[in-house]
Structures are given as structure tokens and as C-alpha cells.
Design a protein around this ligand. Structure first.
Ligand code: SF4
Length: 455
């Protein structure tokens, strides 16, 4: 069968679809490049915000338009919480909740067998007008690896914990085998992902530190990165792992703070206070040279006063985050916060989110500027469409002689170990894709850094 995979939402969703893609290919199926070319589509949906739920519906309809004869399986958090509504969407043949997601391969094949039996009697013409390209086929250099699912916490704004259920971890040996297989496929970086990474092993009598230590000793993939890590449940010596990783554990942490006011954190039922977060960051910075920290912040949580919000802005400045993922509070049915007093108006939520957006640009520029002059390892991903940018400085070649590659050269983009976006120019024929090279960071260029390969 030709199967088209589509997803939106968190890295865990992407990791799950990438894993399903490998399973399907391993079972002899073809991953279609577009929905129009597929016999079946699988959509991994999201409902973290009202907007994400709307996009999930929109994507399901777009897939159905792209291939009126194709069957559609919808899985993921939106399908888990709104199964009946999803079942009414066009072409939906199967709704698979998160609890059954691990069995998707068999479900796809079962549906395929049923479809084949039926199709023998009908021939339909695919409609390519709405063809959507398959993001799963993008030449990835980094692989998202699911290590656990679910969360024991009950943050009052969070629908994910409702949709994903209790914590369940994959055995370490299975994860080690997957990372080694990905490395053998050419991936240079594995990004460990889950709903609550800090809860890894809680159901297996293991810990996140044990998992990372095993990956450092039983794999040889050059780069291991942790995706979102809640700022609680971490053992005090967790950051010592970086000191023994020989540079393979990436010096970047995404620690969702959500707010910088204890009053708001209390109403969110977060298990940390501002002082705990700051102590955690201080411990991480002491243990991990060149560390960058990014975060999530919710603007306009119910009951958030102007003073609470001012505390969040001051907190973000004190920490000096490299990036703020800003979310205007989105009421999610099924979460406690929707019933709280002091709901903030939508206009005010947007205004506060806008203030945090400006702060993000300011703090990000400060962090990027602080790394100018350093040489950092970069995993190069893609060549930009535009040839050598006119603004790029002369690239020093042999004996520091400025090079000029005219139009044939290209601009490549990649990520440093500490998660900074960088650009560099390279002569025609120089393929940097999926290569890790040292790069000297020359200057800030918008939300990136211009660099020169320093081999
Ligand atoms: S810890 Fe994270 S996933 Fe768990 S309930 Fe809180 S926000 Fe949701």
C-alpha cells in the first residue's frame, strides 16, 4: 500500500509518525509523497490549544479533498478527546486514540486488507488539486525518538495529560536499539522526546539519568538532545551527565516555566516555584558550559494580574532565555483552569503575548550576540534557496585570501550544539548536508548567526 503520513503538534507526534513510517516501510509499504498519490492517509492530530484543534480538523478535510477515494485514519490527542466529532469528518475510516497508537501498523494493514477487498469493485480518480507534500520525507538530519508517554501531573491548563494518560516508558534496550538503527541510517542527532521526559522510568523503576547514561555508553551517535523537560522531577546530579558525555549531550535545555509569578504557578498547579526554577537554572549553568535555555510561557492565565505579568517579564529577563515560546492562554474543555475566576479577556491575552513576543526578540538577540567569536560544532541541515547572500563577508580561503564563489555557491543553515540557528556560505559542489563541522560565529544576522566553517 502507499501510505501518506501527516502530523502536527509536538515533537512527540513527529517522533511517533517517523517511527510508524519506518515500521510501514519495514513491512513493505510505500510512503507516499503526497496524499493524492496514497491509498491511505494517517493524520496524527493535536489539541494542545483551540487553534491546534482547528488545524487538525482543517488538515483532515484537506487530506480528504486531496484524495476522495483514499481512506483516512486519524489518531493523536484531538482524536482521543473528540473521537465522535472526528469520525464525522470526510473519509475518516478509523479513529485511533493515543492508548491504541502503538498498534497503528496492524490497524493500517487491517484496514488496507478490508479496503482492497472492497476496491476490487470500484475505480476512483484521485483529485490532485489539493495535493499536499509529505513533510515526513524531508531529508532529516535529526531524528525524534519517543522514550515515554503520558504524565502524572495535573497542571490546570494542560489537556495533554488528559489526552495522553498515565506515564509509560519504553525499555532502555529498545531505545538504544532504535538510536543505533537511526545512526546506521545516517542520522547524526537523536532528540529524546516524550510528554513528561522527567517522568521517564517512573513505571520501570528507572530514571532519565539512567536512560541518558545508557545512550552515552551503548550508542555512538554524535549528538543526543533532550526535548522539553519539565523543571521538576530532575535528580540534583542530573546535569553531571554533560560533564562525562564528551560533547555528545547537547548543551541546550528547553524548560517550560509557563509563568514567572508564584501566584500564577500555584493556580497552574505547577510543582515548582520561581525560586526553584532559578536554582535549577543556576545548577545547570554551573555544570554545562555554553548552555542555552529556552522556555514556554503562557500569557493571560486566569487570575493573572498586571503585577503577576510584570513578574513574569522580569523573571524572563533575569534568566536570559535564548527563546520564549509564547502561548496566549487557550481554555481547553476538560481542564480545571476553564472554571477559574478572573478569566483574562482574549484581547488582553493577545496584548500580553505580544509583549512577551517582543521580549523574546530582545533576549534572543542578547544570547546570540554573547556567542559571537566562539567556534561551535554545527550540524548542517539544508541549503537555502538563495545563492551566496550579497551581505555575506568574504569567506577566508587559503592563507586567509577572500573567496568569491559568484552565483554557484550557496547559503547553508544548521544548528549549533547549543541550539542556535547559524548560516554559512559554501562554494558550489560543497555538500554540507548532514555534516557536523566546527563553525566560527561571526555576527548576529536576524534570528540566526552568520558563521564561517573553521576546519
Ligand atoms: S507536566 Fe507538562 S504534560 Fe504534565 S500536566 Fe503539566 S504541562 Fe501537562
Amino acid at each position: 500500500m502507499r501510505i501518506y503520513l501527516e502530523t502536527l503538534g509536538c515533537r512527540l507526534n513527529y517522533a511517533e509518525m517517523a517511527a510508524l513510517g519506518r515500521q510501514l516501510a519495514g513491512a513493505g509499504h510505500e510512503l507516499a509523497a503526497s496524499a493524492a498519490e496514497a491509498d491511505m492517509c494517517v493524520l496524527n492530530s493535536c489539541t494542545v490549544t483551540a487553534e491546534a484543534a482547528r488545524q487538525s480538523r482543517q488538515l483532515a478535510r484537506r487530506l480528504a479533498r486531496a484524495n476522495p477515494a483514499g481512506r483516512l485514519i486519524v489518531t493523536g490527542c484531538y482524536a482521543t478527546l473528540e473521537g465522535e466529532a472526528v469520525a464525522q469528518l470526510p473519509n475518516v475510516a478509523l479513529v485511533v486514540g493515543n492508548a491504541r497508537k502503538d498498534g497503528l501498523l496492524a490497524l493500517v494493514q487491517e484496514l488496507g486488507d478490508r479496503q482492497n477487498a472492497k476496491c476490487k469493485s470500484q475505480i476512483a480518480v484521485p483529485n490532485t488539486q489539493y495535493a499536499t507534500r509529505n513533510t515526513q520525507h524531508a531529508p532529516r538530519t535529526r531524528a525524534f525518538v519517543k522514550v515515554q508517554d503520558g504524565c502524572r501531573n495535573r497542571c490546570t491548563f494542560c489537556i495533554v495529560t488528559v489526552a495522553r494518560g498515565d506515564e509509560r516508558s519504553r525499555p532502555i534496550a529498545e531505545i538504544v536499539a532504535e538510536v543505533n538503527a537511526l545512526h546506521a541510517e545516517g542520522y547524526q542527532e537523536a532528540v529524546l522526546t516524550g510528554v513528561h521526559l522527567g517522568g521517564y522510568g517512573s513505571d520501570l523503576g528507572s530514571t532519565p539519568a539512567a536512560l541518558v547514561a545508557a545512550l552515552l555508553t551503548e550508542t555512538t551517535i554524535p549528538r543526543l538532545r533532550l526535548s522539553s523537560l519539565e523543571p521538576f522531577d530532575l535528580a540534583p546530579d542530573f546535569f553531571d551527565l554533560w560533564g562525562t558525555s564528551a560533547g555528545r549531550l547537547m548543551p541546550h535545555l528547553h524548560l517550560p516555566a509557563q509563568a514567572g509569578s508564584d501566584a500564577v504557578l500555584r493556580r497552574m498547579a505547577r510543582r515548582n516555584r520561581v525560586a526553584d526554577f532559578e536554582a535549577l537554572v543556576a545548577a545547570a549553568r554551573a555544570a554545562i558550559p555554553g548552555l542555552t535555555i529556552t522556555t514556554d510561557l503562557i500569557a493571560g492565565f486566569p487570575g493573572e494580574t498586571e503585577d503577576d505579568f510584570a513578574q513574569t517579564v522580569a523573571f524572563a529577563r533575569r534568566i536570559g532565555f535564548a527563546h520564549l515560546h509564547v502561548f496566549p492562554y487557550s481554555p481547553r474543555e476538560g481542564t480545571a483552569a476553564t472554571r477559574f475566576a478572573g478569566q483574562v479577556s482574549e484581547a488582553e491575552r493577545k496584548r500580553r503575548a505580544h509583549v512577551l513576543g517582543d521580549l523574546d526578540a530582545e533576549l534572543g538577540a542578547i544570547v546570540r550576540a554573547s556567542f559571537v567569536g566562539q567556534t561551535r560544532p554545527v550540524l548542517w541541515e539544508n541549503k537555502e534557496a538563495s545563492p551566496v547572500a550579497p551581505f555575506c563577508p568574504p569567506i577566508l580561503g587559503e592563507n586567509n585570501a577572500p573567496q568569491n564563489w559568484g552565483d554557484e555557491g550557496g547559503v547553508w543553515t544548521g544548528l549549533t550544539d547549543n541550539y542556535l540557528r547559524v548560516l554559512t556560505a559554501a562554494p558550489a559542489g560543497m555538500d554540507l548536508h548532514n555534516r557536523i563541522t566546527p563553525a566560527r560565529l561571526l555576527r548576529v544576522e536576524g534570528d540566526a548567526l552568520w558563521s564561517i566553517i573553521d576546519e
